[in-house]
Every structure is written in C-alpha cells, then in structure tokens.
Ligand binder design. Sequence first.
Ligand SMILES: Cc1cc2nc3c(=O)[nH]c(=O)nc-3n(C[C@H](O)[C@H](O)[C@H](O)COP(=O)(O)OP(=O)(O)OC[C@H]3O[C@@H](n4cnc5c(N)ncnc54)[C@H](O)[C@@H]3O)c2cc1C
Length: 538
Amino acid sequence: MPSGAETTFDFIVVGAGSAGCVVARRLSDDPAVSVLLVEAGPPARGFWVRTPAGMAKLFKHPRYNWGYFTEPVPTLRDRVLYWPRGKAVGGSSAINGLVYVRGNRSDFDHWASLGNSGWAWEDVLPHFRRIENRGEAARPSQGTQGELAVSDSAIKHPTAVDFIESSRRLGIPAVDVFNGEETEAVGFLQANIRNGVRQSSYDAFLEPVRHRANLVIESGAHVKRILLEGGRAVGIEMLQDNKVRSFTVKREVIVCAGALNSPQVLMLSGIGDGAELSRHGIDTVHHLPGVGRNLQDHFVARIQAAVTPESSYNRALNGWRMYAEGMRYLVTRGGYLALPSSMAGAFVKSSPAVDYSDLEISFRPMTFTHLPSGQVRVDPIDAVGASVYNTRPASRGRVTLRSPNPLEPPRFQPNFLEHSDDIRVMLSGVRRLRQIFATEPLASRVVSEITPGADRVTDEQLLDYLQREGHCAFHPAGSCKMGNDDMSVVDSRLRVRGLTGLRVADASIMPTVTAGNTNAPSIMIGEKASDMIRADYQ
Ligand SMILES: Cc1cc2nc3c(=O)[nH]c(=O)nc-3n(C[C@H](O)[C@H](O)[C@H](O)COP(=O)(O)OP(=O)(O)OC[C@H]3O[C@@H](n4cnc5c(N)ncnc54)[C@H](O)[C@@H]3O)c2cc1C
C-alpha cells in the first residue's frame, strides 16, 4: 500500500460524469464490492440545474463548468474557441442540452470493423435499451425499464412541425422517433427530461442509491494522478480541501474523466507519449503514444432567419413574458423552460454517394446570442435558428499537457476543417439547410436570412463564414481511442494497453465520434464497461 493511503476499495472510478455515474452504480449493485467515486466538481444543485432551459445559465457557470478554451485554431483564422465541460457530480450531463440520440448503427458497426469485437450495433443495442426508460410512450426497439428518462418534447411548436414537413418534401423520411437505425430521417427530438426536470446521469443512476454502504462519493476532489506499481494501477492521489489524499485499490481504477481530462490524468500519471511527458519533466511509466491523439468533435454552423411573429417563441422569453413563462414552469413543469436545446432534428446525406447521413441538423423555433460576459441572451426579435454539423469529421486534433500541474487545464487543438472533406461536407450542409428553409411550408414563415446572410453565396463566402463563426458542438471524443493499432490506448474491453488494473470508460474511447449528440453513447459506454468489468471478476 502506498504510504499515507487512507482506505482500500475494490474499484475507484475517476470522474462522476455521464459514464462514471453508470459505472459506479452498476459496480456497487454488488453489495460485496466497495466503490469509491471521485469527482472534481461539487454536487449540482439549484433551479437552473434542474430546469432544462438552464443550459444557457450553465454555459459559462464558474462553479459547474471547467470553461476550457482551445489553442488558437490555424484553420479558423487563429480563433480561440470556448469549450464548456461539466465540472459537477453528473459531469457534462449536469449542464448539457439534454437531447437524446443513440448515434447511428453504422458508427458501432464501424468500431467493430476496426477490430473492436463486441461493439457492433447488435452488441450495443441491448445496453442502450437497458439504460432507457421511455415509459408508456416507448416505441418498439426502445427500453422501458432503465433508469434514464427519455421523453418526447413538451411542446411541438408549429414552426418545428413545418420544418419537418419541408424536410419531408425534400425527400427526407419523417420518423416518430430516432432510434439509430435510420439512414436519413427528420422528426422531433427526445430528451433526458423527467416531468419537466433535467435528468443527469447522476440523477438517473446514482441519486436513488447514494446511501449504499459500499459506495463512497467524494466531490470537490481533484485526482492528481493514478498510482502505479510494476505496471499495475494500485490507487489514486487526489487534492481535496487543499489536502492531498490517497486511496488504494484492490481490483481496478476506471478513468471516466471525459475526452479532455482522461488523457490529462493518464499523462500526469506517466502514461503517454514519452517525448511529450519528458517535456514536462514527468517520468514515463508507460510509453503509450496514442494518449491524447485522435481528438474529434463536431464543428457547427448556424443559420438564423427572421420570421413572422407567431413562428418564433423568442418573445415568450423576453421582457415581462419571461416572468409569466417562469411562473408557468413553476406551476406546471411545462412550457418553453422545459425544453431541451433543440426541438427537431434531421439526419441527412451530404451527397447521394454517401451510405449514411453525414449531417445532423438541429432546429429550434427561437434564437440566442452568446454575450461576451458569458451570458446567453434570447434574441428580442422574431427569429428561428438551426445548426448543422458534419457527423463524421475527418480532421483530428490532440490533447496535450499545458504543464505538470494537475490543476492547470489541458492544452488542446481540434484542427477543425483541416481535412478538405470536412469543408466539402459543411458547405453542403449549409446549402441543404438553406434549401429546407426555402421549401414550403417553412418558407412562408421566413422573412429573411440573418446568418450567414443572403449575400454569402459562393464556396469562398460560406467558408469565410464557417471560419469566422463556426464553433464546436461540445461533443469531444476519441482521445483515448479503443483499438488494436499502435495509437490505441485501450483494447476492446477498455483496458489500458500494456498495464493491468486500469481502464478508461467515457467518450474518449470512441475510435470515431458517433453520428449525433454524444451523451447517450457515453452512458452506454459506461453501462457496457461495467458489464465487462463484472464479467472479468466472476
Ligand atoms: C454545453 C453542453 C451541451 C451538450 N448538449 C448535449 C446534448 O444536448 N445531447 C447530448 O447527447 N450531448 C450533449 N453534450 C455532450 C455530452 O454531455 C457529453 O458527450 C457527455 O456528457 C460526455 O460524457 P463523459 O462521461 O465522457 O464526460 P463528462 O460527463 O464530461 O464527465 C467527466 C467528469 O470527470 C470529472 N473530472 C475531470 N477531471 C477530473 C479529475 N482530475 N479528478 C476528478 N474528476 C475529474 C469532470 O468534472 C466530469 O464530472 C453537451 C455537452 C456540453 C458541455
């Protein structure tokens, strides 16, 4: 036992985010097993955490958000982009937009084709079904008994109905719900909202069992490093209330710190590219050059249009009406404050030559502006907005260290649009979205395009818009990728290659980011990881 260690647990889970909460829940289901869950952030509490529309208030929240920034991105005119990440019990699921999308079956079949056995769609579908609780409204293929609420939109606004109809008239099949098996589809989005209240991964999986005798949750506890002896993880060292504390582990440490912090924690522990580690004076315990490589995120462009007054709910969230809306939410748990970040979505192909949709469009009958203060303001004009991103980006970024100080943010570079395919797909996406806006019945509601603006038409003008205004979708993934090549960090059972007693289980293990919002697949990864871990100790 390392000197000074307080207690030994069977398992230590680092990070109480979307994946970490499920891992801690499932492992502690066995009363004979002791689990320590360590989270850097505080418990997530308060009105704006519970209220779905509170995402705007949490976007730069000093307490619940790491508030990271990229390095200057050369392909985006050296802009520095803001990357919110949840720093709370619940992780990014405590601050996110709540949209529930499993990803596409082709994502998982692709992972399996890379040599990751057990990760094909037919393998992961039972895990999605097991976590989902779609209640009585469940459609075939959806789970009904899981812990995570998945609900329909509380409001189906007429403009979103028209967005769906315009898309349908352009040949995109309309669906009742997305289940991950569609090639192209348009419809209303579902969300992790239970009776009008946010359901983070903590709310769903851990809150009901938080008093278990075999489960200890330490919040406000920043893991400095994993302790390794003879190629085996033997514990962790963490900083809490200005004190260094350490705990030992009998079986495994499972790192679930997210796509930016999991590689950081590994590197701070001496696991990573030896050259990079020595630049920071860190002894290389295990040379693993893929740590931090293969970073991916979806790159987003927005289209906003001025519309007829009844077509937008911006005014309901401005002036005195905002108070009426707040009262409506308090009394009914419904209304515009009970909505996720987008109301309707479409998965479409950038060209007929593509097998599966490589564009996701998210539509909302409202618009907002990010103010320099960090606040998000709902625009006081009648307008609607939609965003589009390339679901399968070819560009790759990297997470490295800024310094050996664990409290410093990691350094990361997304290299958005570095690959020419990504530019082609995004230009096609903006044009496809414009086409939907120009098709009836949505077209009759549109007065004029606000952004990119009618004067931006050519490839050059639209690329200029992407470079100046495009941003991330908050879906970082891939930085500790699963696989069996030299740049893989974990194997298909999520064990860190070349070490024992150490796994990574969160969005960082995705070999390629899924084609959609990444909360559901991150939770599924936690669910599947715990299955594999339990099986390994039977
Ligand atoms: C603003 C925003 C909006 C989003 N909207 C959506 C959406 O609508 N739908 C969707 O599907 N996805 C959305 N996402 C993405 C989704 O939430 C993430 O993909 C998902 O939560 C990632 O899960 P994870 O387990 O990999 O990491 P996280 O949930 O980020 O968990 C990592 C946890 O580890 C903790 N941690 C990190 N370092 C340490 C350390 N050294 N010591 C201790 N703890 C540590 C963190 O504080 C955090 O709690 C959004 C994300 C953001 C930020």
